[in-house]
Design a protein around this ligand. Structure first.
Ligand code: TAP
Length: 481
């Protein structure tokens, strides 16, 4: 039976878009050197003009952060810092609908996801780290760990507000001040967050937001007034940043790309596993660093799993991201759509077999139908390179050892999934998979108390949990790290 759904659009009325946005420096919005436009990827409509921060603007932001660090924030008792973080967390909750609608308009992701995942998790990160602010002496890094100073943070476009929360909340809880650069295509929720900082009466300069493109990120990374860089983005840019920081003495954490294996054994409950596969690769249009983009299925259940997967993919609704029934929204930019299309063409050219869900694509905006490739070999580009889109590559295996070998056969190591009834097999797999996170009988679960990060070319350092605090503290000389 096929259900037809009437449109259920979320209203845009709650969002007041300004015509143009300045940079958030020293607690105020200020003009910068030039401007660029941010568009809605679902309609290509121009949403607002945003300021491009040049090196002199980055310089002003770093100076404001330094002043706030020295005069106010680093000297403030943890319990006082915690109050600000609690206040920010509550304001994110209070303005959650506004943030969710704005995120969906600017990013293209379904409102169901921004409303139920991105925004609640962003608030949870501030609540969690607010709790740590006055307990850092009990975190296992010695009695009085020190903040690092001014932190430069560069984030990608796939979870704009959530990545901001992952970065800003622990940095502030530990007593650092920040200069954050959001991605060029998704600056608007970071700018709304700047308003929330004003509303929370956060001391000026503790959080500074400089919008711009890669050149703005480069200027921030190269700035001599920065003590630590925290970067989330592609492995390619991450390597460039690692080189730039190598001789500077700056601390660095990198959260980079992934090519995760989602491993389904023959005793797994098929319907549950199929939900996990769909969530693993089609959640957020596959724009997820830890997406389960390589499905490894045990040969004996291959036909059954693939048939169920295609059936389920046929029910996914693609379209208006503001519609509450939408499962798959817009691809974030034309550049990303081109990248996905190029890799999919390479899959076809190299001999893999493509099947895309038969869903109509809207005329305007950037869209890609959920797609699965079978007859994939490990040598194919679609099995090796991060596609960062709604495209799944399926491989098979016979034994657990073969599954581990294939799962680990990648330069990345961010996440993995295991589907089986046997607890012993889960533990056996988890101890052999070279991935920062291994999910068992679930996928894409996040919690601020759980550390997240990669091995190999997926980066280093952890975000979240007690381990994530370490990235924002000077723990040298601490005996009990
Ligand atoms: P990138 O192109 O690497 O961009 C990430 C950020 O870096 C953006 O703000 C970008 O600015 C900026 N940037 C670009 N070139 C730079 C340079 N030379 N120096 C400093 N900053 C620079 O990645 P993306 O395409 O936005 O994001 C997708 C990637 O992020 C994927 O590979 C994905 O796996 C990864 N990702 C990883 C994680 C974790 S936790 N590991 C989470 C989310 C995403 P512009 O956008 O303005 O160019």
């Amino acid at each position: 039976m096929r259900f037809e759904y009437s449109p259920a659009p979320e209203s845009r009325a709650i969002v007041t878009l300004r015509d143009s946005y300045g940079l958030f420096i020293g607690g105020s919005f200020v003009p910068g050197s030039s401007v660029f436009k941010t568009i809605s990827p679902a309609s290509e409509e121009v949403l607002a003009e945003v300021t491009h921060a040049g090196p002199e603007d980055v310089d002003r932001a770093v100076a404001a952060a330094r002043q706030a660090y020295e005069r106010t924030w680093s000297a403030m008792p943890g319990r006082e810092r915690g109050k600000y973080l609690f206040r920010i967390a509550r304001l994110i909750q209070e303005r959650s609908r506004e943030l969710a609608v704005l995120e969906t308009i600017d990013n293209g992701k379904p409102i169901r996801e921004s409303r139920d995942v991105d925004v609640p998790l962003a608030a949870a990160h501030f609540f969690y780290h607010a709790g740590w602010a006055d307990k850092l002496g009990y975190a296992g890094f010695g009695p009085s760990p020190r903040p690092l100073g001014v932190v430069g943070q560069v984030i990608p476009w796939n979870f704009p507000l959530l990545m901001l929360a992952w970065k800003v909340a622990p940095a502030l809880a530990c007593g650092n001040t920040v200069v954050l650069k959001p991605a060029e295509t998704t600056p608007l929720t970071a700018l709304l967050f700047a308003e929330i900082c004003q509303q929370a009466d956060l001391p000026p300069g503790v959080v500074n937001i400089v919008t711009g493109d890669g050149a703005t990120g480069q200027a921030l990374v190269a700035h001599p007034g920065i003590d630590k860089i925290a970067f989330t983005g592609s492995t390619e840019v991450g390597k460039e940043i690692a080189r730039a920081c190598a001789v500077s003495g700056k601390r660095l954490t990198l959260e980079l790309g992934g090519k995760a294996a989602n491993v389904v054994f023959d005793d797994a409950p098929v319907d549950q596993a199929v939900e996990g596969i769909v969530n693993g690769i089609f959640f957020n249009q596959g724009h997820v660093c830890c997406a389960g983009s390589r499905l490894l299925v045990q040969e004996s259940v291959y036909d059954e799993v693939l048939a169920a997967l295609r059936r389920r993919m046929g029910t996914l609704r693609l379209g208006d991201p503001l519609d509450k029934n939408t499962d798959v929204g817009a691809i974030n930019s034309r550049a990303q759509l081109d990248k996905i299309s190029e890799l999919v063409s390479s899959g076809e050219a190299e001999g893999a077999s493509r099947w895309s869900a038969p869903c109509p694509l809207p005329d305007r905006g950037f869209w890609f139908a959920p797609t699965v490739f079978t007859e994939v070999s490990q040598a194919h580009r679609i099995a090796r390179e991060e596609i960062f889109g709604p495209v799944l590559s399926v491989l098979t295996f016979r034994t657990p050892a073969e599954a581990v070998e294939k799962a680990n056969n990648t330069p990345y190591g961010l996440s993995a999934g295991v589907w089986t009834e046997k607890g012993s097999l889960i533990l056996w797999m988890a101890s052999r998979l070279r991935a920062g996170v291994v999910w068992a009988n679930t996928f894409n679960r996040f919690d601020p108390s759980s550390p997240f990060g990669g091995y190999k070319e997926s980066g280093f350092g952890r975000e979240g949990g007690r381990h994530g605090l370490e990235a924002y503290l000077d723990v040298t000389g601490s005996a009990d790290v």
